[in-house]
Design a protein around this ligand. Structure first.
Ligand SMILES: Cc1ncc(COP(=O)(O)O)c(C=O)c1O
Length: 427
């Protein structure tokens, strides 16, 4: 196999004179030396370029960045600075966004089981809107309003009955889903009737999100058409068509760009009869290919006629996607970025679990050895955010690189962080 494919790397990636890969003008080997391993390295210009592309296609404050894909103070500020709103799905995500200086009026609250505390927090912060998921949530909003909370500006999450080609765990638009009001069984119409007559809410629009890592334009177009028809019937002023645009994780995959995604939605939205603000909620498409994870190889085990295991100093705690979704990834050695990758090995982590596999069939250049820095690209989404400290492995830092400067935006977790929450025993 040849060198790592360009389309899997951040925009600014290039091989320098020493044959080493640079991102944002920073040599990845130097970054590994300076910040240790594992480390998430994000190309800041790439993040901004994807935000700008989305704003160009859909409009300022009509792109709602799904923070679940990757959230820290620096990312929240970056998305907001670029004219995006922020989708927060919990009180915790809302707290991080507010703490970063993003106003509540630039946040949208999601979630299929929002607590009264989370709803109140959002209303107190002056949230842009709440995407209401179910009847119990409408009850809770009523109670809060009776207790003095302001009226909630809401969109209703609709399940349009569209099944998409993606992993079952991230497919959300089909009838059999925990999310939203079902269009086919009449729940959506009942929710609309209730919202329209409720003094506790201002009903402004409808929302759908059919799933994540979707590549098929026809899936988006089909859901958009169903939602546009419903929006026309209701004469709402806002419509959200979700996120879910897929990205390429491995060489053979080619994903639509944000601009192409916009085109697949535009055919339906052109049929909106009333002036309607159309929102989208991309997460992965903004951040996934902006980052690589740097690891150090710690052990290599050859099993003749079986396989070779290459173990790195992270694993399922910094990237649970292979274990959760059987997701594919690729690997390369940043010190020899242009070398052909001819050796097959199973890339595993350091956790006490046989399932702790990062790449089943990784391809690496020959001559790789213990101590080498290894990188996995397209790890900017749902890695840091879904990470854990299983086995009390400390969470990696996050470094933003740009114009030759590497900036630490999240420090590495320390051993003392691991005991910070323990309450002293009072035996
Ligand atoms: C409601 C909603 N919007 C947007 C997203 C973002 O999806 P993606 O990161 O695939 O674009 C998600 C992901 O789960 C979601 O649940």
């Amino acid at each position: 196999m040849s060198r790592i494919a360009k389309h899997l790397l951040p925009d600014s990636a290039k091989t320098n004179k020493s044959g080493r890969l640079e991102i944002g003008g920073c040599d990845l080997i130097d970054i590994a030396e300076r910040f240790g391993t594992p480390t998430f390295v994000y190309d800041e210009a790439h993040l901004r370029a994807r935000c700008q592309e989305a704003v160009k296609v859909f409009g300022k404050h009509q792109v709602v960045y799904a923070t679940k894909a990757f959230l820290c103070g620096a990312m929240a500020r970056l998305a907001y600075e670029e004219g995006l709103l922020l989708d927060v799905a919990t009180g915790g995500e809302l707290f991080v966004a507010l703490n970063a200086g993003v106003p509540g009026s630039a946040c949208v609250l999601h979630g299929n089981n929002k607590s009264s505390e989370e709803l109140k927090m959002a209303l107190d912060a002056g949230i842009h809107h709440i995407v209401v998921d179910n009847f119990n949530e409408l009850d809770r909003i009523d109670e809060l309003h009776k207790a003095g909370a302001p009226r909630a500006r809401i969109q209703l999450r609709i399940t349009p009955g569209v099944a998409v080609h993606t992993h079952e765990f991230v497919s959300t638009g089909q009838d059999d889903s925990k999310f939203g009001f079902n269009l086919r069984n009449g729940d959506a119409q009942k929710a609309v009737a209730r919202a329209k007559s409720s003094p506790s809410v201002e009903f402004v629009g409808i929302h759908c999100h059919i799933g994540s890592n979707v590549f098929a334009a026809e899936n988006f177009a089909q859901a958009a058409q169903i939602m546009v028809d419903f929006a026309n019937e209701l004469e709402v002023s806002e419509l959200t068509l979700g996120g879910g645009l897929g990205v390429a994780y491995i060489e053979s995959e080619i994903a639509p760009s944000i601009t192409q995604w916009g085109k697949s939605l535009a055919i339906a939205t052109a049929k909106l009869r009333k002036p309607t603000k159309v929102f989208v909620e991309p997460g992965r498409a903004i951040v996934a290919s902006a980052a690589v994870t740097l690891y150090r190889i710690g052990s290599i085990k050859h099993l003749p006629n079986i396989r070779t295991y290459v173990a790195v100093d992270g694993g399922m705690s910094d990237n649970p996607r292979p274990v959760l979704y059987d997701s594919g990834y690729e690997a390369f050695l940043p010190a020899r970025a242009d070398d052909d990758r001819t050796e097959n090995a199973r890339l595993v982590g350091k956790h006490c679990e046989s399932g702790d596999v990062l790449i089943n069939e990784a391809m690496l250049p020959s001559g790789y050895k213990v101590g080498d820095i290894l990188a996995t690209p397209v790890t900017g989404a749902y890695g840091h955010s879904m990470g854990s400290n299983y086995n009390k492995v400390t969470r990696p830092p996050v470094v933003f690189v740009r114009d030759g400067v590497a900036r630490l935006v999240v420090r590495r977790e320390t051993f003392s962080d691991l005991v910070n929450l323990d309450v002293a025993d009072s035996v």
